[in-house]
Design a protein around this ligand. Structure first.
Ligand SMILES: [Zn+2]
Length: 341
């Protein structure tokens, strides 16, 4: 055959068969740490920047909560801003959530602001202002600006086109050539935001969770695998198999991690979060993370949770909708799960 289609199928099938053979021969308590280390290596390492003191940029009283904007740094040469939403009248340390947005104009999109920082009075878009939904339920929320979007696009990209939607391509391509990935950089920054959140006096560090949507789900699952203090995780608009979504749909380049599929398919990697509580949400008509792939992935993850003795720690919701957040069950699940710890 002159085309590469059957070769790609053969290579994919060989990889998946290898995962199955290996998981038969490896003990679970050997395979899981090995896969975690493989994920850690595949996304690449970034030098830590422990000397940077967080800086308060802004403090605004909103309806029922305070919205701070702070500047943090996870790696030298690079700082980032994050919104911290704190419910009014905190009397005791509260549960807290790291909220990670997907493609769009940045963290303002999830804290109820427009691109220019003014309040968004319209119906929320696919991100549903989800950080506001969480703070209104009594959780402290941090929403870091993911690199590559909004104010964090590369100057080189903006010089070419001020309306460039993201810098995912240039960031991903250049980092991959250096043995790193954009996912690795985003996870490093997300975990810095999490550590900062844990240090806040309003936060109960034993009751901390994560919610990530779409590209924020990618960052979120890897962060949750690598950070054991993340006690409850919501992944929305992301969970799938590589075969049914990442290979079947023309995704942003930031979804591709060199070599990772040699080790495991995506559901098994997400299953590394077990036995910690996990909620998976998907729109029934999501065109880029199709529901068929979501169902397959959720079934594999359920098996993993059961093998870990934590079958009841996994919850799922398929809602009538597309590539968007619903939150109809997820927000309250997160609050309940963190509060009952
Ligand atoms: Zn992207």
């Amino acid at each position: 055959m002159w085309n590469g289609d059957s070769l790609l199928n053969k290579l994919y099938n060989e990889a998946v068969n290898q995962h199955q053979t290996k998981s038969k021969h490896e003990l679970r308590n050997e395979r899981r740490p090995r896969l975690k280390a493989a994920l850690r290596e595949a996304i690449g390492h970034f030098e830590p920047n422990s000397g940077f003191a967080p800086r308060l940029l802004e403090r605004v009283q909103c309806d029922g909560y305070v919205r701070e904007r702070v500047e943090l740094s996870a790696t030298p040469e690079l700082t980032f801003a994050a919104y911290v939403l704190i419910p009014d009248n905190v009397k005791e340390p509260l549960p807290a959530v790291l909220a990670i947005h997907g493609h769009g104009y940045g963290s303002r999109e999830i804290v109820g602001l427009l691109r220019d920082g003014s309040p968004d009075q319209e119906e929320p878009g696919i991100h549903q202002h989800f950080a506001v939904q969480l703070v209104k339920r009594g959780m402290v929320v941090i929403a870091p600006d993911v690199i590559g979007f909004g104010e964090r696009r590369l100057l080189a990209d903006l010089a070419l086109d001020p309306n460039m939607p993201s810098s995912c391509f240039n960031l991903s391509a250049q980092l991959m050539m250096l043995g790193k990935t954009l996912t690795g950089l985003r996870v490093t920054e997300a975990l810095k935001a999490f550590t900062y959140l844990a240090s806040r006096p309003e936060v109960d560090a034993d009751r901390m969770g994560l919610m990530g949507f779409s590209g924020g789900g990618l960052i979120g699952y890897a962060a949750a695998v690598l950070e054991a203090r993340i006690n409850a995780t919501v992944l929305t608009g992301f969970t799938n198999t590589v075969k049914d979504s990442i290979f079947a749909v023309r995704h942003c380049i930031d979804n591709y991690t060199p070599g990772l599929l040699v080790h495991a398919e995506l559901p098994e990697l997400i299953g590394l979060i077990a036995p910690r509580p996990l909620f998976l949400e998907s729109g029934e008509h999501d065109p880029i993370f199709p529901v068929g792939g979501f169902r397959k992935a959720a079934a594999v993850i359920q098996e993993i949770y059961e093998a870990e003795g934590a079958g009841d720690k996994l919850a799922t919701d398929i809602f009538p909708g597309a590539h968007e957040i619903s939150g109809r069950l997820a927000y309250d699940w997160l609050k309940r799960t963190l509060t009952s710890r």
